[in-house]
Write a protein that binds this ligand. Structure first.
Ligand SMILES: *Cc1c(COP(=O)(O)O)cnc(C)c1O
Length: 355
């Protein structure tokens, strides 16, 4: 395992963006890379100027998709420090994804140390405007030049950084979502619980069709019976029915979100009823018919909380909370973002300072 990080600073720096930031279009001056080779392990950890990679056209990642990624953010706090939100959870999940895809584990403590060093070097890239942050994308790719279907013997672990704007530039707006009845995101025994590229490539078609129909996201059902709810877009999903908050239980095809876990822990901390269990679309339709479907929201690093104002299933429209953001969704959003930006007490020691 690499112990030291070689640092080579960029000779010229890019201009920092001004004005509204889009998601994931601008990258900072430096990146972290380390290499893996069977027999040698991870080695050559380095922070270098951000630049294109040179890979063999036969690199296995291009052919069989052996690659995984993570997503987290660094936040500028009011006292001028920069902090991360539960970053150890992301590196733990990175290794869970690595394992599923037969890729080598990274040393989680070392990866976090490398990330902090990189963010510290790029601290002037962490935007300060309300709701903005520095998005962090760690990922691992298979780089061996080989066309055989087998695990690669060589990999690169890379971290890149991208300043991003506020997800809710015009305030939180509940979205319209539709239940996907034809395509599925994942099946039991598949790769749904790993953050691996193929899951996203295969879900684009449903997202595309839904977007054309005026829906923001797809509500995914289980891949076997198409009966039970799994996720919404690339977020986990929560329902408030008759005072109780319900989220689908992690079953192997659902991605275990850090935001999902944080929401469950906050609700428990507030003594609000929250359960993880199987939840079917029939149950949601029933609850709506009885006037008991009080809130629906998605959770994920990008949006934190994404309230759902309308849910469409088999041409039936269920309007939720008059299309308004629910009380629990709002409280969760304010608390989580408050902890992330350091304006609300952090009772779980979820944040870690970079500088
Ligand atoms: C990343 C992701 C989530 C949310 O995870 P967070 O750790 O909360 O950002 C949920 N579902 C899918 C499919 C994802 O890729």
């Amino acid at each position: 395992m690499a112990e030291t990080i070689n640092i080579q600073l960029a000779e010229t720096k890019k201009n920092k963006p001004t004005g509204d930031l889009d998601f994931g279009t601008i990258f900072t001056d430096h990146m972290f890379i380390m290499d893996f080779e069977v027999g040698k392990g991870w080695h050559d950890a380095r922070i270098v100027p951000y630049e294109p990679l040179t890979l063999d056209p036969a690199a296995m990642v291009f052919h069989y998709g052996q690659t995984i990624f993570e997503g987290l953010k660094a936040y500028h706090t009011e006292d001028g420090t920069i902090q991360l939100f539960r970053p150890e959870k992301n590196f733990e999940r990175l290794n869970d994804s690595n394992k599923r895809m037969v890729m080598p584990a990274v040393d989680e403590d070392f990866a976090l140390e490398a990330l902090k060093k990189l963010v510290e070097i790029e601290k002037d890239w962490v935007p300060k405007e309300e709701g903005t942050s520095l998005y962090i994308r760690p990922y691992v790719i298979a780089t061996q030049a080989y066309l055989g279907v087998a695990p690669s013997t060589q990999y690169k672990f890379i971290i890149i950084l991208s300043p991003v704007g506020s997800y809710y530039k015009e305030g939180i707006n509940p979205v319209k979502i539709a239940v996907e009845n034809k395509y599925v995101r994942a099946v039991l025994g598949g790769t749904g619980e790993a953050k691996t590229a193929g899951n996203y490539a295969s879900s684009l078609i449903a997202q595309e069709i839904m977007n054309e129909g005026g829906y923001a996201q797809v509500l995914w059902l289980d891949g076997i019976e198409k009966k039970y709810i799994e996720e919404v877009g690339s977020m986990n999903v929560f329902f408030k029915i008759n005072g109780e908050v319900i989220t689908p239980k992690l079953n192997g095809s659902i991605l275990p979100g850090v935001t999902r876990d944080s929401v469950i822990r906050l609700l428990k901390h507030w003594d609000l009823p929250v359960v993880e269990r199987k939840v079917s679309m029939d149950e949601i339709a029933d609850a709506h018919a009885k006037g008991e479907l009080e809130e629906v929201f998605g959770t994920g690093t990008a949006a934190v909380i994404s309230p759902v104002g309308q849910l469409t299933w088999d041409n039936k429209d269920f309007v939720i909370n008059n299309g308004q953001t629910g009380e629990i969704a709002k409280k969760l959003y304010d608390t989580l973002t408050g902890i992330q930006y350091g304006t609300v007490e952090d009772p779980f020691a979820w944040t870690q300072k970079v500088t």
